[in-house]
Ligand binder design. Structure first.
Ligand code: NAD
Ligand code: UDP
Length: 340
């Protein structure tokens, strides 16, 4: 089967491409490399001893997409390509709606033209918003997103539902990721943020390796055990395998039409301070940190109820926190400048 992976050179995309190749899918990556490097794909090819077809392009370029669908007989699309910095999305909302919403629209239009009906979407726990109780479960209504980034994910999920209502052959899955961290165990591929990292783990890793002085912990006055925010961290390889499980399920379900959402998380929440301590233990480095102000839009604590993915996809996150941190650390030490 030929799987088109948009954004496949990025952090989660590259790990998923590796899992797809190891499961004998043929992969075509379409990426504009705005937040990634072709080197990730080269390394995936080396690790798997398999070839990836790579096409550089933008999902808003419908002519380029049409050319791609013409040249390859695409069976399904996994759609990662998006801008993903929550804070940045509040300062440049139009860029987020343009890239994430219009980009998805362009992709779905070209898919419709070429009658490609299977779609897996990178959604996020952020679609539950602040008003739902934890743990989040798929039957909850989509919430009021706290950022334009979150709103763009809600909009695409809505778009998928409407496409499915209008076309009974269209079958889609929204995978709602919690907090992916870690790297492939080889230390060859991992998260390579450009500039100052927005996310916790890459920031800690850069402090540990001496690239940054100190971490700002965004608030310690939340209603949690130690006052810092709690999140459901899962290993990026577990997440990658979740995509393979979803794709296999999509291919198998004869009776299923419409859109199905699945939470991908561990079901456990960990605080910022406990992540710092675990990182210190694994890396044997002292992580300097200061308690700073709360970050706007952060919720105190959320984690997944991931029973549905377990029940229907046979998927479960299996890798431990220690493994997540060991793999992050190996990647960071081997590649202090990312893919450069
Ligand atoms: P990433 O930035 O590493 O990967 C995104 C990739 O998409 C990059 O390679 C980038 O170059 C590419 N891209 C962006 N806009 C494009 C466009 N218009 N055309 C073609 N390519 C484009 O991010 P990631 O962490 O791997 O995230 C992948 C997906 O998962 C995103 O949709 C993101 O919103 C979603 N997600 C990520 C997280 C997380 O914590 N990393 C959590 C929930 C959801
Ligand atoms: N965080 C922090 N300092 C940082 C980055 C993140 O204290 O430099 C906290 C943030 O407030 C949140 C958690 O770490 O509680 C995870 O943040 P991240 O941005 O990695 O993921 P999010 O949960 O926002 O998607």
């Amino acid at each position: 089967m030929n799987i088109l992976v948009t954004g496949g050179a990025g952090y989660i995309g590259s790990h998923t491409v590796l899992s797809l190749l190891n499961n004998d899918f043929d992969v075509i990556v379409f990426d504009n490399l705005s937040n990634s490097s072709i080197e990730s794909i080269r390394r995936v090819e080396k690790l798997t001893d398999k070839k990836v077809t790579f096409v550089k392009g933008d999902i808003q370029d419908k002519a380029a997409l049409a050319e791609l669908f013409c040249a390859h007989n695409i069976d399904a699309v996994i759609h990662f390509a998006a801008l993903k910095a929550v804070g940045e999305s509040s300062t440049m909302p139009l860029a987020y709606y343009q890239n994430n919403v219009n980009g998805s629209l362009c992709l779905l239009e070209v898919m419709a033209t070429f009658k490609v009906k299977h779609f897996i979407f990178s959604s996020s726990a952020t679609v539950y918003g602040g008003d739902n109780n934890v743990p989040y479960i798929e039957t909850m209504p989509l919430g009021e997103a706290s950022s334009p980034y979150g709103a763009s994910k809600v909009m695409v999920e809505r778009m998928l539902n409407d496409v499915a209502k209008a076309d009974s052959d269209f079958r889609a899955i929204s995978l709602r990721y919690f907090n992916p961290i870690g790297a492939h165990e080889s230390g060859q591929i991992g998260e390579a943020p450009q500039g100052v990292p927005n996310n916790l783990l890459p920031y800690i890793a850069q402090v540990a390796v001496g690239k940054r002085k100190s971490l700002q912990v965004f608030g310690d006055d939340y209603q949690t055990l130690d006052g810092t925010c709690e999140r459901d961290y899962l290993h990026v390889m577990d997440l990658a395998e979740g995509h393979v499980a979803a794709l296999k399920w999509l291919n198998k379900q004869r009776g299923f039409t419409g859109v199905e959402a699945f939470n991908l998380g561990t079901g456990k929440a960990l605080s910022v301070l406990s992540i710092i301590r675990a990182f210190e233990q694994v890396s044997q480095q002292n992580i300097r940190y200061e308690i700073g102000a709360r970050r706007s839009g952060d919720l105190a604590a959320f984690w997944a109820n991931a029973d549905k993915a377990n029940r229907l996809l046979g998927w479960q996150a299996t890798r431990s926190l220690e493994q997540m941190i060991e793999d992050t650390w190996r990647w960071q030490v081997n590649n202090p400048e990312g893919y450069l």
